[in-house]
Design a protein around this ligand. Structure first.
Ligand code: MG
Length: 411
């Protein structure tokens, strides 16, 4: 009879050499199923409301992993360039392979930008693949889950984004008809006379107009929804401080990217000047790019974009760093269902996850790209199937490919 390890380690248990050899044989069988090598990597770009680069990693076992890289020209060519560094490797060594790609691609600029984005797409596909090989959901590879559902916030748009009433009407519709309890609106909208964007200055009337949008939307939704506002790196340090101060009397969930993303000293000064919560992070890369933002407490909320920043484990590392400073994570996201569900796995596996962005509510076929339902009543149920737990609908991918793209192989 084969005994389990608890029995073998029980000093009172009786067992024979035959028992021991049977157990070690089980271990070798199990290792055999993990003896898999990568045979190919392919990409197909889909023409969504952003160009989504879907990535597939193929193996000699027949198991295929699917990932997604943040939109960006040049991603497929970079992935093509990385193929030789992956052929023959074991896809279960996710951390080592990711670091291997960073080192091999250093000449192409792998500490930031589109090269990290391309690596992110592969890294996500490796998580899907590893989950399928080990028959566990991807969140299990990240340490297990804190929650069964990931809260999703809806990035909202109106025909006239500068009209406070139109914004409030859309907020009402998204809450009541679509079931979201978390929203975001843009605040870098035209506010009066044509703005000289180069000097980044906000006049008092411009601040008053932006404040009227915040007031209209937060008043309308009341306690039914949290609302964040995005500035897309538009304003000077002083203007950002004045705007954030004007918004202090409203229940702003967070004010996102009020200043340009390069100077983290300025980011810290703005954040620490105001009681309005400040978010940033979608325009920096890897844990190294987020280190100063976190260590200087230059943000109240950190917002990495998972399929851009370096992938699932890299986002987990950023979240862990942020958690040592008690900073919550609200992942930026403009991905297809593949990158979105992969982000939801990460959000489930980190303690300090606040919400995940959804940026495609006006694209009717977004969810058609996969066979499963993804977002329901403003949240994503974390799949329990192996890997990411979502399956591409190849007909839908074929229908919505960027012109000139080729559909990747089935398996
Ligand atoms: Mg943003």
């Amino acid at each position: 009879m084969v005994r389990d390890y608890a029995q073998l380690h029980d000093p009172n248990a009786e067992y024979t050499m035959r028992d021991l050899s049977a157990v070690s044989m089980d271990v070798s069988v199990s290792r055999g199923s993990r003896d898999v090598t990568i045979t190919d990597v392919q990409t197909t770009m889909v023409d969504g409301n952003f160009p989504w680069t879907l990535v597939r990693v193929y193996t000699d076992s027949g198991i295929v992993g699917t990932g997604e890289a943040y939109w960006g020209a040049g991603v497929p060519a970079l992935i093509e360039r990385m193929k030789p560094f992956l052929f023959g490797e074991n896809p279960l060594d996710i951390d080592r392979l990711t670091e291997h790609l960073v080192q091999k691609m250093s000449g192409e600029g792998s500490i930031g930008g589109v090269t990290v984005t391309a690596i992110s797409g592969i890294e996500i596909a490796l998580h899907d693949l590893a989950g399928k090989i080990l028959d566990v959901p991807a969140y299990q590879l990240l340490g297990g889950k804190y929650r069964d559902r990931m809260r999703v916030y809806c990035d909202c748009h109106t025909a006239d984004e500068a009209d406070p009433i139109a914004c409030a009407d859309e907020a009402e519709r998204v809450v009541e008809e679509l079931g979201y309890d978390a929203l975001k609106f843009d605040l870098d909208v035209p506010s009066g006379r044509e703005k000289d964007r180069a000097n980044r200055h906000l006049s008092e009337p411009e601040i008053a107009h932006k404040t009227s949008i915040v007031e209209a939307v937060t008043d309308r939704v009341g306690s039914r929804a949290d609302v964040a506002f995005d500035c897309h790196w538009t304003f000077s340090a002083g203007s950002a401080r004045r705007l954030a101060t004007a918004l202090e009397e409203y229940p702003v969930w967070w004010l996102e990217d009020p200043v340009p993303p390069e100077n983290h000293d300025v980011q810290r000064e703005v954040t620490q000047f105001t009681s309005t919560p400040i978010a940033a992070g979608e325009n920096v890369y890897r844990k190294h790019g987020h280190r100063k933002l976190v260590e200087d407490q230059a943000v109240d909320v950190i917002a990495p974009d998972m399929p851009k920043v370096g992938g699932m484990r890299e986002t987990r590392k950023i979240a862990d760093l942020a958690d040592t400073y008690y900073i919550p994570v609200a992942m930026h996201n403009v991905a297809s269902p593949i990158g979105t569900v992969a982000s939801a796995h990460v959000g489930a596996a980190i303690p300090n996850s606040l919400a995940l962005e959804y940026h495609s509510y006006q694209l009717e076929w977004w969810e058609d790209l996969v066979e499963e339902d993804v977002i329901d009543e403003g949240s994503i149920e974390i799949p329990e199937e192996s890997g990411l737990g979502v399956t591409l609908d190849m007909d839908a991918v074929d229908e919505h490919m960027v012109e000139g793209e080729e559909l990747f192989d089935e398996a």
